[in-house]
Write a protein of this length. Sequence first.
Length: 488
Amino acid sequence: MVDRGDRSLGRLSDVIVRLRGADYPVVTGLVVGVGGRELFVPVEQVAALDAEGLVELESARLDLRPFERREGEVLLRADVLGHRLIDVGEARLVRAQDVELAERDGQWLLSGVDTHRPHRLLGIFGDRATGHACRDWKAFEPLIGHSRSALVRRPTARIRRLRPAEIADLLEDASRDEEREILGDVRQDPELEADVFEELEEDRASRLLNARTDEEIAAVLARMRADDAADAIDDLRQGRRRTVLELLPAGQRAKVLTLMGFNPDSAGGLMGMDFLTLPPDTPASEAEAAVRRASRLQPEALTSVYTADEEGRLLGWVRLVTVLQSDPAVRLGEVSEADPVRVGPDTDLVDVALLMTDYNLITLPVVDDEGVLLGVITVDDVLEATLPEDWRRREVAPPPDAHRTAEAGGTAAVGGITGAGGITEAGSPTGGGGITEAGSPTGGGGITEAGSTTGVGGTAEAGSTTGVGGTAEAGSATGLEGREEPSP
């Protein structure tokens, strides 16, 4: 760091940025080392800043008061470099190896992140000749860790664009500190939080729930599917189960108690209690309206509509698509399949899986000895119960075009970085880590329309971008490179 006369004043220690919600963070100043002290230099006092590591100040006059962090401020070296971030487009944790600053309208903005391993670590404003272009800052969710900046970040947390299963995968890979921050963001949306807990492996869900108060546990379980809530209560410490059950809403408590009476590896333990039954003389138009009203039921279970008598005895079933394609006046009894495949609550899991495979079923009804419909097993529950326990820890192969995109050095993502330090305002994603307008990121796993799946780890929703490899052209690179830390 020098003054206008090229006299050495000290050495740059860190760069301070202020978070601004969904906007790019703005540089507010520098932390500099002078005579063994850490001082603050406001960005207005900086005359020049370049990628070679030279910082030129307007004058040699410095405020000698020690630097103190203010709310919403982030230190790039201390808080970002070497730390992991969430790649929202690919739904995975990556490590920030370098960052990119861009100048616009007289301000320096934090515009990009490089997550590739650098060729050499030269520290702040080091050599950027790594062959990797930075990707848009908005494609990532930082895991900074300190609470004062979390207050600024959480209202616009990009992590809530991810699917529950993707967030659960992040938690499985996260350290305890990262886990705490991810959950802090997720808790802002109670429905999403419940969905995430449904997707977690039992051991981790149990540990996270047992760390909460009884009231907090009940609040999560009240929003979960009854079968998942029953499993979660079984995994609680013995002394807490009764209290948590008593705190649940009456309807949810009744469902959970029913499910807890069955063997977890049987049809009764596997079934959900979300299903739709209608009289066989119900017109198709009314059945369609009933499905629309059933917004709180498990969507997978609503792929089938069941017909039953006044005592609840199962009479038939019809696929939802058949209802939608039928004449509005036709009765369900005319288009439903009588005497559907069914199982009792004590049926073994293997037999359930074989039946659903043999008959190509998405749902399978569970009935008691009198033929009364007790619940419905969905194919996703069978898959989860039959896949190996460590299936979430598998290595997911990158999409086949990832290397081609990276080599091409594609365009930036949402509002991405343009060449020569500029920043675009484009709203639609075009490159690496792209995010759809609907906010549903893609990546190594997801949900597809009509239930068709791809090879590894799920599929992408129609119209979503892949989020692989698109990168920004180098623009005003800082060379701010991070320390190495072992992955948890």
